[in-house]
Design a protein around this ligand. Sequence first.
Ligand code: NAD
Length: 428
Amino acid sequence: MSGTINEFEMAQRQFDHVAKLLSLDPQIAEVLRWPMREFTFRIPVRMDDGSLRVFQGFRVQHNDARGPNKGGIRFHQAETLDMVRALATWMTWKCAVADIPLGGGKGGVIVDPATLLTSEKERLCRGWVQNMWKNIGPRQDVPAPDVGTTPQMMGWMMDEYSKLSGQYTPGVITGKPVGGGGSLGRTEATGYGVIYTVREAMKHLKLDSKKCVAAMQGFGNVTQYAAIGFIEMLGGKVACVSCWDRKYKTSYTYSHTDGVDPRFLMTITDEYGTIDKEKAITAGYIVEDGEAWITKEADVLMPGALGGQINADNVSKISKCVKIVAEGANGPTTPEADEYFKQNGIFDIPDFLCNAGGVTTSYFEQVQNDMNFYWSKEEVLGKLDAKMTSAFYAVLEMSEKHKVYMRDAAYMVAIDRVVKAMQLRGWV
Ligand code: NAD
């Protein structure tokens, strides 16, 4: 997934660094360095051809001092327990920085979902819930979609949980399809949330968004709506997006002399975020290797695919024009690349602040499920904008007050809030 980088070691290194800055009691730090609970389990699934395949499943619950654990389930062929641990840890910080009353969790299955038929995917989703249902729930742990999982899969998982628990429980999982307990605005939420924080960063740096260009990695849920938002909300231009190509088994960067048109590209992109290369070429797109996105002359870089994508090997290839890195993906920047940003005055919007729009809207979905009363899309996105904007300024103020880098400031805000909740509950 990201070469030799171990994401959990990276998450712990980031935490240790800020624990030192905060002079955090080492005993309290020891509680937060590790997840509270971890589940690993095997899921046997009958394939349509009659054969049986067994999949490895995970769920990690990092810390629930502020509320039920919250975080997605990834279906990816290179999933590991350490990856899930790192992502669960980042979810704790993300929910705390967004100031929503939830903790951190993450789940996964080692599988390439594109190799499964729809009926096989449904059985795998139901199998995941059969293993985990006693340890998830609206007041315990609330999963959601992530890489390789979809709203339809969340619908099956919610249905399985409701059957096993004996009552309709839409609040057990978020990211459900609209009409099946889902919230309007959830599809756009993460990408638009990225753009709300980019908008505020531009105001802070006194940049004219209409003159700004962005280079983006990935073209899945996050990047599609970040690209639309960058063009339609900020009036900027998107130089390129990229994707993993399942057919050619490599990644490509797509650019266009007039800037890319995300709404058009979405019409030639499959459900896993792979752009149809031939159709893109016919439409006048330039296709380069997957690394090309990082070298583009852009004001904003937006990694929106996988972890560890900006690292010691490629960070020096970043154009001198880059002023903002908006981390749409989770863990896209390694500590070495972080150091380069600091030395070169690049303003980083750290992942667990930048992409918190998804979990914030998931929280809104749960609130609507609890009330059994649903908001309009405008209401959801308006509430999301308010939450993201106030989270951005909480971090910026911490950064200015303590003269620290934005990632450190985001950690300081988040760790402060989680430690306070643990103390108030008498845990530490
Ligand atoms: P997705 O599965 O919809 O899309 C992933 C995209 O990345 C696809 O276009 C894929 O082709 C591309 N990709 C994969 N490998 C690549 C490579 N080597 N080079 C270039 N592109 C590559 O996933 P998503 O939901 O858009 O999530 C993307 C990232 O954002 C992940 O890190 C995820 O954890 C994070 N995230 C997602 C959400 C959400 O709500 N969807 C919320 C917060 C964070």
